[in-house]
Design a protein around this ligand. Structure first.
Ligand code: AMP
Ligand code: MG
Length: 403
């Protein structure tokens, strides 16, 4: 077991325990938020054929003088969805709608606003533009890899998949993540609460994070600080889940039962990371499945998920950390007030990031305690202050900006 590891070392140890997920084929209707397991190669050229980008007239560019009004004879009309049967000779025009195939002989489009019809002729009063013809294959050519493996499917990738002819795609099976909250003080929200108790919140937030990462969360409720009850719940969860997340009970106290049970009956890869808040997580295996023991403080459990569990999902999906489903992104921000860093630890202060004329600006607004989940709501990001570094007003520092 390694104790007090850097974030980089923690990620290495965690990535070595990535899952080997089976694949499943799903309909595009169900693809939102799923992680593509096999890259999609276009089955078609896009556009499939030369077509008009505008409603107007298909013409020959050389017929239309740029200065003078041009009179062309109307030889037909073509609309999107029609087969082209027209051929344009010098001095002729064919009416055309957006998306319709370009008649043979035409090489430019005049928009309808720059024309008027007089009997059998059209009077052209504006420019004929070649750029209003969408050329076959100019966006995508058949056989090109357009959506790589590991992409988190969303509205535009789903649309593109359909454009390329796919109605089904191959995705990673959703990893099932069991979530267990520990603590004698916890009761479920909206249940009867005694003066010394608090509402359990971690499992709800962590479940939302698991969903965002493309996993399927299963909440196993609250376990009191009893090793026997925890063992029973872990054994139950491990039967049905791919990995487990616990919250609470990982510090030095007598009641820190997750640490205790992992020491005596589990397998620990590391305990404690050089990060504040969120210092005491445990990572290891229970019955050969990965177990993340997150700290109990709500801010800490969120941020440790961000720093350690997200990279584990990325490793599982075999994608770069930067390509993972969107939780946010690393940015550079200018501090509007000073913040203190932490001794020998990466420091994640909550900040509110706003985009201003001269770049992203960040400020703090609430008490920064790791028990204050409201600080995650009042702010929209965290600093990534290197160990032993403070930030003064005007300093430009690394930060993570949540979506
Ligand atoms: P622990 O890590 O068990 O020492 O807990 C640290 C702090 O987080 C304590 O103040 C706990 O009451 C609080 N805490 C632990 N688990 C939860 C939870 N599931 N929801 C909300 N607060 C919690
Ligand atoms: Mg506890």
């Amino acid at each position: 077991m390694e104790v007090g590891v850097s974030i980089e070392r923690a990620k290495e140890l965690i990535s070595a325990c990535k899952l080997n997920l089976s694949l499943e084929t799903i309909h595009l209707d169900k693809a939102n938020g799923r992680i593509l397991a096999k890259g999609l190669v276009s089955k078609v050229n896009d556009p499939r054929f030369d077509n008009s980008a505008m409603d107007g007239w298909a013409v020959r560019k050389e017929d239309c003088s740029s200065n003078n009004v041009t009179i062309l004879r109307i030889v037909g009309a073509i609309q999107a969805g029609s087969k082209n049967v027209h051929r344009i000779k010098s001095g002729e025009a064919c009416k055309i709608t957006t998306g319709a195939p370009i008649p043979d002989g035409a090489d430019a489009i005049v928009i309808v606003e720059n024309s008027r019809i007089e009997g059998e002729n059209v009077i052209i009063t504006g420019q004929a533009k070649k750029s209003f013809i969408r050329i076959k294959g100019e966006n995508l050519s058949r056989g090109k890899l357009a959506i790589p493996e590991g992409t988190c499917m969303g509205s535009s990738t789903i649309s593109l998949a359909a454009t390329m002819g796919y109605d089904e795609i191959s995705v990673f099976r959703k990893p099932i993540i069991g979530i267990i909250s520990t603590g004698d003080e916890l009761v479920m929200p909206n249940s009867k609460i005694k003066d010394w108790q608090i509402f359990e919140s971690n499992s709800f937030g962590i479940a939302a994070l698991v969903e965002k990462m493309g996993g399927k969360p299963v909440r196993y409720g609250i376990v009191t600080d009893s090793v026997d009850q925890l063992r029973e719940t872990l054994d139950d969860a491990v039967e049905n889940c791919d990995a487990l997340i616990t919250t609470g009970g990982v510090s030095m106290g007598d009641w820190d039962i997750v640490r205790k049970i992992m020491e005596t009956e589990g397998e620990i890869n590391f305990w404690k990371i050089n990060m504040r808040p969120g210092g005491p997580p445990i990572f290891g295996k229970w019955k050969n499945k990965p177990l993340f023991g997150l700290p109990g403080n709500p801010v800490s459990s969120h941020l440790v998920f961000l720093m350690l569990v997200c990279p584990w999902f990325s490793a599982t999906y075999r994608i770069k950390e930067t390509a993972r489903p969107n939780l946010g992104r690393k940015v550079r921000v200018k501090m509007k007030n000073s913040v203190r860093g932490a001794e020998n630890k990466l420091c994640l202060r909550r900040i509110r990031i706003v985009s201003e004329k001269d770049g992203l600006q960040a400020s703090t607004h609430t008490h920064q305690g790791s028990g204050n989940i409201h600080s995650m709501v009042a702010h929209n990001g965290v600093t990534l202050l290197p160990p032993n570094t403070d930030a003064e007003i005007g300093d430009i520092i690394d930060a993570f900006w949540f979506n």
